[in-house]
Design a protein. Sequence first.
Length: 371
Amino acid sequence: MAGSTYGRILTMTTWGESHGAAVGVVVDGCPAGITLSAADIQKYLDRRKPGQSRFATKRAESDTVEILSGVFGGKTEGTPISLLIRNQDQHSKDYSEIASYYRPGHADYTFDVKYGFRDYRGGGRSSGRETIGRVAAGAIAAKILEELGVSIHAYARSIGPVEIDDSRFDLAERDRNGACMPDAEAAKRAESYLDDLLAQTDSAGGVVECVMKGLPVGIGDPVFEKFSANLAKAVCSIGAVKGFEIGEGFAAAGMRGSENNDAFRMEKMPDGVMRPVKATNHAGGTLGGMTDGSDVIFRAAFKATPSIAKPQKTVNKNGEEIEISIHGRHDPVIVPRAVVVVEMMAAFAAADMLLAGMTARMDRIREFYAR
C-alpha cells in the first residue's frame, strides 16, 4: 500500500492497524541536537487518547509511546526516529459481523474493490487509531517550531449547530471540557446536544479551527508547493475531514475586493526596524502561496461519526440489501479528539516547509556554509 508517507524534507511514515499488535511512525529528516523525550510526545498523545469523556470511545488504551531509535542522551541524532505505541484493548470480535457487509460512511467498500481484501477489525488503516502516528510525529515537529518561536493551537470551533462566541474565547477552557471548546457556555450547549444524540443512537460532526503564530514571511513556494496547498493536503488526509478553508475561506467568494483585500501599513518590530504588516487578516496568513508574517488561521470540517447504532441500510458482499445497526465502542463525535490531530499535522507541515525554505536564497546558503 503506497501513500503512508508525508513530507519532502521532514517526513513521517505511519504504520499499523487498529487491531494489530501496535501502531507507530518513522520520522526522517529531523535535525540533530533537539532535546526530545517520551514525555514531550506523550503530552500530545494524552490529548487524543480514548476514554477521556462520555463522548469518546470507551476503548481503554494508555497510548504510551516508546522511542525505538533516533534519540541518544535526550537529543535527536539526525537519524530516523522510530516511535511505537502498542494496542492493548482490541475487541476484534466486536467487528466479526461487519466482515460480510459494507458500513455506510466507511472505507469498507472502496478497500474491497481496490485491494480485493480488507482488515475489517476496526477499519484497519482507515481507523482513527492511525492518527496516533501523526500526533507522535507532530510532537517532534512542534519541538522544532518551539526552537523557532512558532506556536500552534487548535480547538473545536463548532459541534453540530453549536458554535463558540469569540467574545468568550479562553484557550485554557478548551482542556477543561469534553467538547474541546475554548468557550465554557458553548461547550455546555454542545455537550447537551451530544447527550441528545447519544439517546437517539446518532452522531455529530463539527469544525476544528487552528491558529499558527510566529511563522516568518516567505514559507512555502508560489506554484505547486504553496503553504496553503501543503497545509490543506496534510489536514485533508485526516480521516473524516470533508472540507478545508484558510482565512475567510468560502466567505471570501461573497466579499468585494475592497472588503477582502488586506491593507498594508508600517510597524516597528521588536528589533527596532520598520517593516510592512497587514492591517487586517482576511487572507489567513498567506499571500501568493507563501506566509506573510501574520497569523495563519484555517478550519477543517469533520463529518459525523459513521459508526452508529441507529438502523441504516446497506448491502452485503452477496449483493443483498440489508438493514444494520453498528455496535462496538465508537465516538459519538470525532471533533474533540481530532483537535490535537489537526494541530500536529499543521505543525508537521509547517516544519517541513520551513526546512525546505532554507535553500531559497544563495546569500543564506553562503552564510550557512561560511567558515
